[in-house]
Design a binder for this molecule. Structure first.
Ligand SMILES: [Zn+2]
Length: 226
């Protein structure tokens, strides 16, 4: 157990980011801080940034960078993140957000951006095969269907493909992700903080690759105390 890691996880949809995020947090004993959680916490706390974010979300608009950054700053100032480190999930999305993150974590900044790589056609295949129970949300896939006739093993609900999981919609999301994230990854690469791991394997193997790569990079950089 090595506490104190300050990580951000990247990876396109279908890369298994959610699964690996949970595992990395258990391994390094750090809180998993997703943008969804940050938004909910900020709105609930009624902070200035939370109230402003809610106005945008209620109007169905994108929350602007300044407000997102403000909410992240509030969350990272909490004791758990300050003392133990964290794994950020869904942030940063832009170089501006990454710069603001280093500023709020100064002088040490973010330790590493961790990217789980899979080819776009592999992601597409995984996502197109996803199926979900309409009643309880249990996930299945065309490779691992429920036992009986597309009825949920847990609750017998109907197991279907989500509306936004059509091939055209998935492709659009993947292209958008790359356009947005490529410059960000290049930026972390330039500052020698990008760890890329091959995500086309069983979850256990990917977890092993991730922890190996993270620990290697941290020791190579001379891990600083937190
Ligand atoms: Zn179900």
């Amino acid at each position: 157990m090595v506490p104190g890691r300050r990580l951000a996880i990247l990876g396109k949809q279908g890369a298994g980011k959610g699964t690996q995020a949970v595992r990395l947090c258990l391994h390094y004993v750090i809180p998993h801080i997703s943008t969804g959680d940050i938004f909910r916490a900020a709105v609930k706390s009624g902070s200035d940034f939370g109230r402003r974010a809610k106005q945008y979300m209620d109007a169905g608009e994108l929350v602007p960078d300044g407000v997102v950054i403000g909410m992240v700053r509030e969350r990272l100032a909490a004791d758990d993140a300050r003392n133990r480190g964290f794994l950020l999930d869904g942030y940063p999305r832009t170089i501006a957000q990454a710069g603001a993150l280093d500023e709020m974590l100064a002088p040490r900044g973010l330790d590493l951006a961790v990217d789980i790589e899979i080819r776009t056609d592999v992601a597409l295949k995984r996502l197109a095969g996803r199926r979900v129970c309409v009643d309880c949300g249990t996930n299945y896939s065309t490779d691992k269907p429920p036992t009986v006739d597309w009825l949920c093993d847990v609750c017998s609900g109907k197991v279907v493909q989500r509306d936004d999981d059509t091939e055209a919609a998935i492709t659009r999301r993947l292209v958008l992700y790359e356009e947005q994230t490529d410059p960000l990854m290049a930026w972390y690469e330039r500052t020698r903080r990008l760890v890329s791991v091959d995500g086309e394997a069983e979850a256990d193997t990917v977890t092993f690759r991730l922890t190996q790569a993270i620990d290697f990079h941290m020791s190579a950089r001379g891990a600083r105390p937190c």
